[in-house]
Write a protein that binds this ligand. Structure first.
Ligand SMILES: [Zn+2]
Length: 207
């Protein structure tokens, strides 16, 4: 079995979406003064590779810990959308013949560009493409940038269409080392309760 770690590293260089909580790590207790070493971590719930739960964009929506783990573990498909410039549209998705219940991850130019610094004009999901995925009834959707939605856009559908149908969104995937194809997904968000989202370690495996 091959394991692909598609999570972003978390440290003080981790790219944060503008306006989100900065990631800060400091020493809370240090040896030899203390008998153990402890760190203090301050971060937003949408830092690095993370999951958006319905509560993120749907009033009184389902929190992250109420989504069954079965949604986050199982077969998934990575689609090659590296030709998309700007929005990933319905016509980019249609040829992939996406079926109800599939876990769909999009690999775009974002992964090729890397995650060294914030890139304003990242590739995002178009509103009607979000409607298309929601209507198809995918189980889970993931994209390789810190937001699924175009920066500054008033079209909220990339969040609302999916989340109102209880389809969680993984944001901040790094798919640079993964080619399009079929994998097993293991996405394990930390077990904070009642939250609208949270960081996750995400891996893909193939036989
Ligand atoms: Zn998010």
């Amino acid at each position: 079995m091959k394991i692909f770690d598609v999570s972003l590293a978390l440290n003080e260089k981790t790219v944060i979406y503008p306006g989100n909580v900065p990631l800060e790590i400091s020493v809370h207790a240090a040896m030899p003064k203390n008998s153990t070493h402890l760190s203090k971590i301050t971060m937003g719930s949408h830092t690095g590779t993370h999951v958006d739960a319905p509560r993120h964009a749907v009033l009184n929506g389902v929190p992250l810990d109420a989504i069954p783990l079965e949604t986050f573990v199982g077969p998934c498909r990575v689609l090659d959308c590296t030709k998309s410039l700007g929005a990933v549209t319905v016509s980019d998705l249609e040829p992939h013949n996406i079926q109800a219940g599939e876990r769909i991850l999009l690999k775009t130019k974002n992964s090729e560009r890397g995650f060294e610094s914030f890139y304003e004009h990242y590739i995002y999901l178009a509103g009607d493409a979000a409607d298309y995925l929601a209507d198809t009834g995918v189980a889970l959707f993931g994209i390789d940038y810190l937001s699924v939605k175009q920066r500054g856009s008033k079209d909220q559908r990339p969040h609302t269409s999916l989340l109102s149908k209880n389809i969680p969104i993984i944001e901040g995937l790094d798919l640079s080392k993964v080619s399009a194809g079929n994998y097993n997904l293991f996405c394990l968000p930390l077990k904070f309760t009642g939250l609208e989202g949270g960081p996750a370690r995400v891996i893909l495996t193939s036989d």
